[in-house]
Design a protein around this ligand. Sequence first.
Ligand code: NDP
Length: 284
Amino acid sequence: MTATIISGKELSERLRGELADDIKELSVQPSLAVILIGDDPASHSYVRGKEKACAAVGIHSIVKRHPASLPEEELLAEIEALNEDSSVHGILVQLPLPDHISENAVLEKIVIGKDVDGFHPVNVGRLLTGKKAFTPCTPLGIMKMLEISGVDPKGKRAVVVGRSQLVGRPVGQLLLNKDATVTYCHSKTEDLASVTREADILIAAAGRAGMIGAEHVKDDAVVIDVGVNRMETGKLTGDVQFEPVREKAGWLTPVPGGVGPMTITMLLHNTVEAARGTMFDVQS
Ligand code: NDP
């Protein structure tokens, strides 16, 4: 039996349609400010994708583009001004930043109610303690894919390959919050396949093209491929060997068209939440 493919592209189209309807009902038009520093082509392309997605659902987006030489204090002052601007609901600083700018200082500057990327330490801490929080978009998108596919993590063995702040750690935390038994793997893990083969839910987020083969996967497992790796041909490929794993897994996400579109959809979702302004009005 071959795996059922979880199409993030199709799911995103549906969710973005629902968001567009929700936005029409809001008393304010949600607004997202994106700060982009430097000329990294991938960052520019991600930001263009975000602008386009915002426009399609009715979110107003403002992109502040700066040269790589922008002094840190000017960036912090810009964030401060956006924090105080009540017409701006979400603030996102596109990473990575140039070396002379402290990522921590920048992320901590964004007020938590506008932190639609969920990288502020308070949001990270709230997530860790199971409280309501802005949640990083890629992990949130993964959880949405599981939910809509009818995969309940409760009691399941989940293995996360990767422990970054951006993807691995928060997705493991979200799975734990949903009562999965979670194991993290990383570059120092010995005999990776023996660990990943235990997984009912396997999240591949290492950024190593094709590192997960059929021998890493348990029969009928749910395999979520987060990796985005650009091959010499320019083609994008995931961390999972799609064809062999498809023959063994129960569910599988493709690359491209899997987690990627869901990440942007969750950014739109978080921006709408920020515009509603209800994330932190209760101590739950
Ligand atoms: P990082 O490079 O920050 O983290 C990679 C993690 O994988 C690290 O924890 C590292 O371990 C671990 N790792 C690396 N090599 C191995 C290995 N051989 N065996 C086991 N673990 C390994 O990457 P990110 O978390 O930011 O991103 C991961 C992937 O997801 C990338 O391909 C990225 O492009 C993609 N991505 C996709 C998104 C989407 O929307 N689809 C969004 C964000 C990321 P250690 O900690 O020991 O170094």
